[in-house]
Ligand binder design. Structure first.
Ligand code: NAD
Ligand code: IPM
Ligand code: MN
Length: 360
């Protein structure tokens, strides 16, 4: 099949991990006789440096013309003094708006080979399979008014949600729960926030359309601890934008590293794929980054934009096999593992395993 993928590698470790993900996609294309094309474009800090804007028009055009957009990460400490609208992160938020995907799927799977890597006990995390469905185009990230007046010391951000915005992402949460363990946990702060009360009421209103799905509502503060104490009890976790951002990073404790988490954003004109982690300035350029989150994100491209489920599974199996062999980048080299694999070595181990998977 033909697939035109826009590659927005971005800043810091973005290019390092995206490079490995692209190699994996190329291997899938070669093995299956698929025609995948890759078009690179600038976003984030590298785009500010080259063109004075975090999201050049060319990047928007290439992304909208693509079948899928694969993004690495944005963010560079040298832009930390800029206001939010000028920072690298503004480019990411803007491309999300242009592409229009509102349901950000962030799976958190416990890898059995890493069960000793987490600070959580193996019996707490073994078998965890959570799917966060994070609303991605609303809430505090985009609400108006927003401002920071340095003279008066007044800063404003506004949390805004409309009922249709909640409904569309809630439907996705319910539908995904139907295909999984049929449990939906909706997370909010309904004891304080009107937006959260809207979320809770809307999910309750939709519930009769999905009689096979068990719904529970959970306040976000207590959810933060429940996620660590009893992660196995969750299936689909539905949240507004900021709560989902925070809880999905927290779920990196379960996998042992943020560098293991993939994501896919669906529901818009073009799906956007990005690992959950950021540009990791502390390790950028050193060959230390874990590429597995980006590689698992490539698997999500095949699953959600190409219908290549078997190929997506083959990538996931290859990642599992490589972990079972004991290969470890520094972030997951805890709990007795002595190996200290580089980004490109890890990518190569996955390619080697993938070749075996595809041959069977
Ligand atoms: P981060 O995710 O970049 O890093 C947090 C910690 O996790 C660091 O210690 C880092 O070394 C480690 N880490 C992250 N990914 C890793 C990987 N693949 N392999 C090994 N270790 C990994 O978060 P941060 O430090 O809070 O933010 C850094 C920058 O990234 C900021 O500018 C932030 O805005 C940006 N950011 C971008 C995205 C994105 O582009 N999607 C996501 C999150 C943060
Ligand atoms: C993420 C990131 C982004 C977000 C930032 C960089 C804008 O943290 O993708 O999780 O908050 O959505
Ligand atoms: Mn985040």
């Amino acid at each position: 099949m033909k697939l035109n993928i826009a590659i927005l590698a971005g800043d810091g470790i973005g290019p390092e991990v995206t490079g490995e993900a692209v190699k994996v996609l190329k291997a899938i294309a070669t093995a299956g006789g698929h025609d995948f094309t890759f078009t690179e474009a600038l976003i984030g800090g590298v785009a500010i440096t080259a063109e004075g804007t975090p999201l050049p028009q060319r990047t928007i055009d290439i992304s909208l013309a693509a079948d899928a957009v694969l993004l690495g990460a944005v963010g560079d400490n040298k832009f930390n003094s800029l206001t939010p609208d000028k920072r690298p992160e503004a480019g990411l938020l803007a491309i999300r708006q242009h592409l229009g995907g509102f349901a950000n799927l962030r799976p958190c799977l416990a890898f059995s080979a890493l069960s000793n890597n987490s600070v959580l006990k193996p019996e707490v995390i073994e078998g965890v399979d959570i799917l966060f469905v994070r609303e991605l185009l609303g809430g505090l990230y985009f609400g108006q008014p927003r401002s920071w007046d340095k003279e008066t010391g007044l800063a404003i951000n506004t949390m805004v949600y409309t009922k249709p915005e909640v409904e569309r992402v809630a439907h996705i949460g319910f539908q995904l729960a139907q295909k999984r363990k049929k449990k939906l946990t909706q997370v909010d702060k309904a004891n304080v926030l009107e937006c959260s009360q809207l979320w809770r009421a809307t999910v309750e209103e939709l519930k009769p359309q999905y009689p096979d799905v068990t719904v529970e509502h959970q306040l976000v503060d207590s959810m933060a601890i429940l996620l660590m104490n009893q992660p196995k009890t969750y299936d689909v976790v539905l949240t507004e934008n900021l709560f989902g951002d925070i809880l999905s990073d927290e779920s990196g404790v379960i996998t042992g590293s943020l560098g293991m988490l993939p994501s896919a954003t669906i529901g818009g004109k073009v799906n956007l794929y990005e690992p959950v982690h950021g540009s990791a300035p502390d390790i950028a350029g050193q060959g230390k980054a874990n590429p597995l989150g980006a590689i698992l994100t490539a698997a999500m491209v095949l699953r959600h934009s190409a219908g290549l489920e078997q190929e997506a599974l083959a990538i996931e199996k290859a990642v599992n096999a490589v972990l079972a062999q004991g290969h470890r980048t520094a972030d997951i080299a805890k709990g007795g593992a002595t190996a200290n694999t580089s980004t490109t070595q890890m990518g190569q181990y996955v390619l080697d395993e993938l070749a075996k998977q595809l041959a069977t």
